[in-house]
Design a protein around this ligand. Structure first.
Ligand SMILES: O=P(O)(O)OC[C@H]1O[C@H](OP(=O)(O)OP(=O)(O)O)[C@H](O)[C@@H]1O
Ligand code: HPA
Length: 298
């Protein structure tokens, strides 16, 4: 049997019925919902799945017409639901009461131009800014742009840990015969507290002289990490160095040390997490990128 997606459903429906306005689809979904309610009240349990499918088919079409896939949206929403705290209403449904809170007391002190705020209250995971689907589309677009500029053999260098997922997705979207390496960079002092000059904590395992290098970062804030790496590889004789970042934290632009060559998304968020990016080492595993809400800043 064909595994239907929002796209295949929308294509079929448009061929069968012609283009539709979203309002008409919502009204039709409400009618199908009424039929589902009727099946339940009449005890017609055999038709329940089929009536529910009629509702879902309309929802798939609405999602596709607005650039989404409903199954992906359900996956993303469920990932979020599983992180929330819920208060049961007593009838088998419930309301979410608060986002998971993370204590801020252990926050490292932040210094200099780094935009990380020092919190006095509690931080929580906020809205999804860029979901997994959007990220994967954008990664492919970035790869296409990079391929147009950089031909042939390149050395892809991912910056750990934050850019781990972005580097592996971008590398797989690029068709260049690439070599892959990673570096570790830390901006924290030896005591793990103050944010200072970025230093290399682990190096690439290949020579870089004469190579075309694509440096891959999850985000650019002050630009300190990337500019440190560009300087390092330039001193070692790299032939060409390009920088690709998934997120540009636009608030930090005025004091930035470097402008990346390729940018996935711009965001005005102060702090973000997910898709490799952490909040105090947490949330790197989340498939979507969320805003982290820092309620009070000192
Ligand atoms: O533009 P900058 O001001 O240099 O900031 C960007 C860097 O900061 C974060 O890394 P972090 O040092 O937190 O390490 P991580 O990648 O292991 O999370 C982020 O992942 C970038 O690497
Ligand atoms: O928003 C951020 N998230 C994680 N690490 C960061 N480093 C600078 N800004 C950020």
């Amino acid at each position: 049997m064909t595994r239907e997606t929002s796209r295949t459903i929308a294509e079929w429906a448009t061929t069968a019925f012609g283009p539709a306005r979203a309002e008409a689809l919502v009204a039709r979904a409400a009618t199908e919902m009424d039929e589902l309610r009727e099946s339940l009240s009449q005890g017609d349990f055999d038709s329940i799945a089929s009536e529910a499918a009629d509702v879902a088919i309309l929802l798939h079409r609405i999602a596709h017409d607005h650039g989404h896939d409903l199954s992906d949206a359900v996956d993303a929403k469920m990932a979020r639901n599983r992180l929330r705290r819920w208060e049961p209403s007593g009838d088998g449904t419930g309301r979410h009461v608060a986002e998971p809170a993370v204590a801020a007391s252990a926050a490292p002190a932040v210094s200099g131009a780094k935009s990380a705020p020092v919190e006095t209250g509690e931080a929580r995971l906020g809205d999804v800014l860029f979901d997994a689907k959007r990220i994967s589309i954008r990664v492919r677009e970035l790869a296409a742009a990079i391929e147009r500029d950089l031909e042939g053999d390149i050395l892809i260098v991912g910056v750990l840990k934050g850019a781990g997922f972005f580097t592996s997705d971008l590398a797989r979207a690029l068709r260049n015969p690439a070599h892959l390496a990673f570096v570790g960079v830390s901006s924290y002092g030896m005591n793990g507290s103050a944010r200072g000059e970025p230093r290399l904590t682990s190096d690439v395992d290949v020579p870089v002289a004469g190579r075309k290098i694509l440096l891959v970062e999850d985000l650019v804030d002050t630009g300190g990490t990337l500019s440190r790496l560009v300087d390092t590889f330039r001193q070692r004789g790299a032939a060409d160095i390009r920088t690709a970042v998934l997120l540009d934290l636009v608030q930090s632009r005025p004091n930035r040390r470097l402008t990346p060559d390729y940018v996935g998304f711009e965001t005005s968020a102060t702090w973000v997490s997910g898709y490799g990016i952490d909040y105090k080492e947490k949330y790197r595993n989340l498939p979507d990128i969320h805003e982290v809400v820092l309620p009070s800043k000192a």
